[in-house]
Write a protein that binds this ligand. Sequence first.
Ligand SMILES: [Ca+2]
Ligand SMILES: [Ca+2]
Length: 406
Amino acid sequence: MGFISGVVMGLVVGVVIMAGWSRVMQRRSRKRVAKAADIKVLGSLGREDLKKLCGDNFPEWISFPQYEQVKWLNKHLSKLWPFVSQAATAVVKESVEPLLDDYRPPGIKSLKFNKFSLGNVSPKIEGIRIQNLQPGQIIMDIDFRWGGDPSIILAVDARVASLPIQLKDLQVFTVVRVVFQLSEEIPCISAVVVALLAEPEPKIQYTLKAVGGSLTAIPGLSDMIDDTVNSIVNDMLQWPHRLVVPLGVNVDTSELELKPEGKLSVTVVKATSLKNKELIGKSDPYVTLYVRPMFKVKTKVIDDNLNPEWNETFELIVEDKETQSVIFEVYDEDNLQQDKRLGVAKLAVNNIVPQTPSEITLKLMQSVDSLKIKDYRDRGSLHLKSCIIHLPRKNNWKPWSRKRKQ
Ligand SMILES: [Ca+2]
Ligand SMILES: [Ca+2]
């Protein structure tokens, strides 16, 4: 849920700020300058290329070798962690509580932090690679690991019960992509873009414990929390989504932000052979669909029908057709308890033929994450008609493009 994303976000922003800070310090350090002169190349990056990027005043840190930099960064990271942790705690709490509300599942009335602290164990950077080089940018992929001791307690207020939930044994393994947008003025960086790479997929593990009660007091709570965590990580942090942090005033970051790339129109026609989840009567299905969970849309509910026909058309915004998918979730509406999920399906936007209406049938599964599927029982199928409509050319946006220097 929001706090996980917040924790990751806090850590990432902390690390990035620290990396920036450290580099400023580094510029001032004679020892470092002396070392910099010894080092001839920086892995795959040529000095000449870097000089071309930044003119004559290219920053010295560019020429530090990757491994040395990592060791050095970790040393500073653990020294600075108490301060980073304290600062990030405040920022995360303030910025994430509203998000908790946005991503709150329908069965939960309110979600707030009872307690939030990032703990004493600093994250570790296993390696930094300079993966790619675009004019005006340096792209760094940071192999990030954190098995911390945060203290996070959430106040969960659900329809059926209220209880504090503690999050324990948090572990984060991910590759963080940091893009430094270079500028001519010192400190040579005008903005930083941060995202978690989708490949390898970020691993965020934790256990949940109800404080002074049982998790089962709120049926389906663990699943709801897992879903919310995934939604927030996917929707806010995982590539193509990103955080854009301008460094300095009057920095135009509009080219770095994720922008709509196309509009997808999908008609949810019908579902067939859904499995009944009711003890009396039949399930009452509806479908929610989204590219980003923040912008979910929903069909009407059809009562007591395992072969419902909706024939409803939706328009969804696509921001990155190469990586985004449409997620379809079929639910059984229940008035007294949490709606039950009858199945989910995923359609990669990339698989839809542009400008050509097509009919698509998707098999409903237990989860869109194949690792989480525990049973492969037949859940029925979802039938769609879809086509993609591109936005006008002027709105097309190329990732990481930037005007070249004259
Ligand atoms: Ca019913
Ligand atoms: Ca029902």
